[in-house]
Design a protein around this ligand. Structure first.
Ligand SMILES: [Zn+2]
Length: 318
């Protein structure tokens, strides 16, 4: 299956480009081994193959470098940006070294509560569901079997979907309710530390903000949404040698997960570029606080082929 992906990448290279919108791909985790709890994330072996192949055809640039070049009209025609959302420690331990081994740079969007305490609300939920001895759960009208690892993973994914679209306060009280029903569990650190973020920036990678508690902004009251942006930007600006210029909206679909109001909040927080998850390539005409990205992180590799084809299509049609 991977060979199909690699052929698609080869094909891209052969296409005569008319212009060069900047393609940006987004990932989350790069895992050492497979787990049913993270079905959409890449495994290290496949990720290494992918990066090696991509590096033969694309210049892997940090967002800040690429956007600067785009504005100066010096963007290499084969520029590609790889971005990683949330701030997981495997980004530092596995993804960054692989990208650096081919001379590339990447960008990491961090939800800063994870940096602070080591994990986000969904990581806490994962441990609660994984470690529970309960065999089933009824939660707000939904029934879950928790007999096997697969059932637990399915329950976790469904509960994440249910909780992530709630206002923060309701999300947090639901999490406490689940803890009371299923039993508490220790959540180990799974997010990058402050010093790892500093190190990545010093090594030439781009560090951007991704809200404080990984909150989908459209489901929050305005003051909560603004605070989520502001807290994460201020935290990183205090920590890092260079101020952040980039922000990725959690979930990131313009019109559903964030809107023009949140773009304005971003500008008020002093952030120049906002990244969505709507497909497209970036040109000088793209709205700066609503820049598109592609999703190649689905485990089904044909999804990745589609992403790559979209990049090619975008370049051809512009
Ligand atoms: Zn995220």
């Amino acid at each position: 299956m991977l060979s199909v992906v690699l052929k698609a990448v080869d094909a891209v290279n052969k296409i005569k480009l008319k212009s060069n919108p900047l393609p940006v791909l987004y990932f989350h985790r790069v895992l050492p081994t497979a787990t049913a709890f993270c079905p959409d994330d890449w495994h290290l072996d496949n990720f290494q193959l992918l990066i090696r192949k991509l590096s033969k055809h694309f210049t892997l640039m940090s967002l800040e470098d690429a956007l600067q070049c785009l504005e100066n009209n010096t963007l290499p025609s084969n520029a590609l940006c790889l971005t990683f959302d949330d701030g997981y420690q495997d980004n530092y331990e596995l993804a960054a070294p692989v990208i650096e081994s081919v001379g590339g740079k990447a960008s990491f969007f961090v939800s800063t509560q994870g940096t602070e305490r080591g994990y986000l609300w969904n990581d806490e939920l994962l441990e609660i569901v994984k470690c529970t001895e309960a065999k089933s759960l009824v939660f707000h009208g939904k029934h879950f079997n928790l007999d096997t690892e697969e059932q637990k993973a399915a329950a976790y994914l469904s509960l994440v979907g249910q909780l992530k679209v709630l206002p923060n306060s309701t999300r947090d009280s639901h999490l406490i309710e689940l803890q009371q029903t299923l039993g508490k569990a220790e959540t180990p650190r799974c997010m990058m530390t402050a010093s790892q973020l500093v190190e990545l920036q010093n090594r030439g990678h781009c560090i951007g903000a991704h809200t404080h508690t990984h909150s989908i902004l459209a489901y929050q009251a305005d003051d909560v949404a603004f605070n989520e942006i502001e807290l994460s930007v201020r935290f990183l600006n205090k920590l890092l040698p260079k101020n952040v210029t980039c922000f990725a909206y959690p979930n990131g679909w313009f019109g559903r997960d964030f809107n023009e109001q949140h773009e304005e909040m971003l500008r008020q927080s002093g952030v120049a570029y906002g990244f969505a998850t709507n497909d497209g390539g970036i040109t000088l005409n793209s709205p700066k606080t609503r820049l598109p990205r592609f999703m190649p992180h689905r485990k089904e590799l044909n999804q990745f082929c589609i992403s790559i084809k979209k990049i090619a299509g975008e370049k051809l049609s512009d």
